[in-house]
Unconditional design. Structure first.
Length: 231
C-alpha cells in the first residue's frame, strides 16, 4: 500500500525533524551540524513536492534519472536559481552531455569509461560539476560502483590522469546488512586520498552515517513519503 502523498505542511515538518536529527547526530560526535548537507531526494515525486521543500529553505536536491530531471527541473531552477542538483543514479555515457548541463554534482562516477566520457565532455563545455566516486562497498554484483580493491587506482585515474574535479566518495550499503562497516570503509578510503566529501546515509540510516563522518546524507522517503516501485 502506498500512503497518500504528504501535504506541503507535512513536507515542511518532516524537513525540520530531519534537520534536527542530523544536528543531534553531528553534535553527539563533536561535529558542527552545518558540516552535514541534507540532499533531499525528489525522484518520482512531483515538482509541487519539491517546491514545498524549496519554500521552507531546502536548496540541495537529488534525482536518480537524467530524463526525469530534464522534465522536472527547468521550471524549478527558474523558481529557485540558487538550488543545487545532485545526480545520484547511474549515468550512461550517451547522457553525459545532458547531465553536465543539468547537475551541479555527479555522485555516481563508477567506471573508467564513464570517467573518460565525463572528462571529454567537460573539455568541450563550460559546465564542470563536482564529481563523487561511487564505491560498491558491499561488492554486490548487481550494484554500480567501483570495487573497494580498485578504488585507489580509480580515484587516481579520475583525479590525476583525467583531471575530473573529484571531491569525494559515495556508497549505498547492501539493504540487508548493518550499514556502519560500509560507512567506515568509505570514510577510510576517503581519508587515504584526502577527499573531503562523504555522501552516505539514507532515510533508514542517516544518523549512523553522520556519526561515521557523512558530509552529505541523501534522504527521500522520510521527507516526501513512499515511492511507487520503480522499474
Ligand atoms: C532513492 C535514493 C536515496 C533515498 O532513499 P530513501 O530511502 O528514500 O531516503 C538515496 N540515495 C540513492 C542513491 C537513491 O537512489
Amino acid at each position: 500500500m502506498i500512503s497518500p502523498a504528504p501535504s506541503s505542511t507535512d513536507i515542511a515538518g518532516r524537513l525540520g525533524d530531519i534537520q534536527a536529527r542530523i544536528a543531534a547526530a553531528a553534535r553527539a560526535v563533536g561535529r558542527a551540524p552545518d558540516s552535514v548537507t541534507l540532499v533531499a531526494v525528489g525522484k518520482t515525486h512531483p515538482a509541487e513536492a519539491i517546491l514545498a521543500a524549496m519554500d521552507v529553505g531546502q536548496r540541495v536536491f537529488g534525482e536518480n534519472r537524467v530524463q526525469e530531471a530534464q522534465r522536472k527541473w527547468p521550471p524549478l531552477r527558474a523558481r529557485c536559481p540558487d538550488s543545487r542538483l545532485h545526480l545520484i543514479g547511474p549515468l550512461q555515457t550517451n547522457k553525459v552531455a545532458d547531465a553536465l548541463a543539468l547537475f551541479d554534482v555527479i555522485e555516481t562516477v563508477d567506471r573508467p569509461k564513464l570517467a573518460r566520457a565525463l572528462g571529454a565532455a567537460m573539455a568541450k563545455s563550460d559546465c564542470r560539476p563536482a564529481c563523487y566516486i561511487q564505491v560498491n562497498t558491499g561488492e554486490e554484483p548487481q550494484k554500480a560502483g567501483i570495487l573497494p580493491a580498485e578504488a585507489d587506482g580509480f580515484i587516481a585515474l579520475c583525479r590525476d590522469e583525467i583531471g575530473l574535479p573529484v571531491q569525494g566518495l559515495m556508497c549505498i550499503p547492501p539493504i540487508a546488512e548493518e550499514p556502519a562497516p560500509h560507512f567506515a570503509l568509505l570514510a577510510e578510503i576517503a581519508r587515504r586520498h584526502d577527499l573531503p566529501v562523504l555522501s552516505m546515509g539514507m532515510s533508514g540510516d542517516f544518523e549512523t552515517a553522520v556519526r561515521l563522518g557523512a558530509t552529505h546524507v541523501r534522504i527521500g522517503t522520510a521527507i516526501f513519503g513512499e515511492r511507487p516501485p520503480q522499474s
